[in-house]
Design a protein around this ligand. Structure first.
Ligand code: FES
Length: 184
């Protein structure tokens, strides 16, 4: 499943980039004059602005990659088995233990089946690839750190878990990364 998912993630990533690029191209003539008139503080704010992600098409077991503030983040739609397996792990399985429930979330009134975390290894910043071995989900190709399905480090030199960004669900289909305040 991992290779298949990675391929889909790559294609989805490409679609996101392509869609975003098309959108930027379409409105570029309108937006650029506005951006160019922004002061440094306004430009800085726009660069760090929250991003809205349509998660409605991400099937269970799939992951996509998005970019916020120049950093990549994984958005995983967990299966029921993955949620259960993550919750069943022991504290001793982890270097930087956090309960799985604290790293799995969902929209108000919806299922807690989403896990969102940084895609850069907390050792030296490489991007882990999917693997399914010994309960691990991610393998960092650089020095072998491993992470579970919620981004918690299980072994290797990475000192801490993959970081979770501030985020909030605007609806069952829309996740906003970059703020934890609804309507912000
Ligand atoms: S950068 Fe990931 S293990 Fe070194």
């Amino acid at each position: 499943m991992s290779d298949h998912n990675s391929g889909d993630a790559t294609r989805r990533d490409f679609l996101y980039i392509a869609t975003g690029a098309a959108g930027v191209a379409a409105v570029g003539g309108i937006v650029w004059p506005l951006v160019s008139q922004m002061g440094p503080n306004e430009r800085e704010k726009a660069a760090g602005a929250p991003i809205e992600v349509n998660i409605g098409d991400i099937e269970e077991g799939r992951v996509i990659t998005v970019t916020w503030r120049g950093n990549k983040y994984f958005i995983r739609h967990l299966t029921a088995d993955e949620v259960e397996a993550a919750g069943a792990k022991e504290q001793s399985d982890f270097r930087d233990f956090v309960a799985a429930a604290d790293r799995i979330t969902g929209p108000e009134g919806g299922d807690a089946v989403w896990s969102v975390y940084g895609a850069n290894c907390t050792h030296l910043g490489c991007i882990p690839t999917e693997v399914k071995e010994n309960g691990d989900t991610w393998n960092c190709p650089c020095h072998g750190s491993r992470f579970d399905v919620t981004g918690r480090v299980t072994k290797g030199p990475a000192p801490v878990n993959l970081p979770q960004p501030p985020m909030v669900f605007a609806s069952e289909e829309t996740l906003i990364i970059g703020t934890d305040k609804a309507g912000a």
